[in-house]
Write a protein that binds this ligand. Structure first.
Ligand code: AMP
Ligand code: TRP
Length: 326
């Protein structure tokens, strides 16, 4: 079975766009390939946070991943720092990538330009990501455009290492993630729904209650016409409502058009569909967080399974290098 690795940083709350765009496809995909899902807390350390914040977000994110339907018995869901091989292999990666290659990373250039304190970790971040990927003999890494360069550098490191020390790593490929819905901001439907939105009014959080969701949909920005059509170019607001309603109920958005002659009922139905979608997820999320022992046990099992693969790969790399093994 194809091994597929997706990782997510425990920074910020999960919103409806993340769910419909990324997590829902993960849930669907877990039965079709050998899915590994890492919560990459070491990577989150490149953002300055108060002590304890990353851990709290890690628990919440794990609960959300299981609440939306990742199954701990089907997919391998683990926390990066629970598998020490990530840090260990990262050093090997750092010694097989050049300063020049790392300097060309667009994400580093962008992020370092905005910060006063630019850590060494921000610079070597792609080496840790390469370790994440290569540790699991990953065939495919589904990533958006912003992460393609990091998968490319991972391939370059794997090829270089294999050439220098003998065949050790599977050379992964970046793939376009299975298409989920693209959810736009309810207040500015030309912009993607995002945690960095100016106001929260256009953003549906996974934990928003029914009243809040109703209110946000009621106030959703549409246009000055009155007809309901699916046309993201000229009618982004209305099309976004159709997109969300469709994703929440399992219909292509264009098929829903016939059911509406006015915006009001479309907004109301989209809101109710999202409430119906999120209510059971929220209940499972609360149950999971209420039983921290069970949640931790699920993550421990994930880390054990991940650790077995990771330990074997690290040992293979150390042996190929020719480190003294006892
Ligand atoms: P981010 O937190 O922005 O890095 O997003 C995490 C994942 O959610 C990525 O796979 C994104 O492609 C996906 N995602 C984020 N925002 C949206 C959105 N508004 N619509 C669809 N997918 C999204
Ligand atoms: N850098 C990725 C991001 O910001 C997260 C990530 C870390 C990742 N390790 C990975 C993604 C390995 C895919 C594979 O989104």
């Amino acid at each position: 079975m194809t091994r597929v690795l997706s990782c997510i940083q425990p920074t910020g709350d999960v919103h409806l766009g993340n769910y419909l765009g990324a997590l829902a496809p993960w849930v669907a995909g877990q039965h079709e390939h050998d899915a590994f899902h890492g919560i990459v807390d070491l990577h989150a350390l490149t953002v300055a946070e108060e002590p304890g914040v990353i851990g709290a977000r890690t628990v919440q994110l794990a609960a959300m991943l299981f609440a939306v339907g990742l199954d701990a018995d089907v997919a391998t869901v683990f926390v990066q720092s629970h598998v020490p091989e990530h840090s260990q292999l990262a050093w090997v990666m750092e010694c097989n990538v050049s300063f020049g290659e790392l300097s060309r990373m667009v994400q580093f250039k962008e992020k370092s330009a905005k910060r006063e304190f630019v850590s060494g970790g921000l610079f070597t971040y792609p080496a840790l990501q390469a370790a994440d990927i290569l540790l699991y003999d990953t065939d495919e890494v589904p990533v958006g455009d912003d992460q393609r360069q990091h998968v490319e550098i991972t391939r370059d490191i794997a090829l270089r290492f294999n050439h220098r020390f003998g065949a050790t790593f599977v050379v992964p490929r970046a793939v376009t993630p299975r298409a989920g819905a693209r959810v736009m901001d309810l207040q500015d439907p030309t912009a993607k729904m995002s945690k960095s939105a100016d106001t929260g009014a256009g953003l549906i959080q996974m934990l928003d209650d029914a009243e809040m969701i109703r209110r946000k949909f009621k106030r959703a920005v549409t246009d000055s016409e009155t007809d309901v059509r699916y046309d993201p170019e000229t009618k982004p607001g209305v099309s976004n409502l159709l997109e969300i309603l469709g994703a929440a109920t399992g219909h292509p958005p264009a098929d829903l058009v016939a059911g509406y002659t006015q915006y009001g009922p479309l907004k109301a139905d989209a809101g109710e569909a999202v409430i119906e979608l999120l209510t059971p997820i929220q209940a499972r999320y609360r149950d999971l967080l209420a039983d921290r022992g069970e949640l931790t046990a699920m993550l421990r099992r994930g880390a054990e399974r991940a650790g077995e693969v990771a330990a074997a790969t690290l040992e293979r790399a150390y042996t190929a290098i020719g480190f003294l093994r006892s």
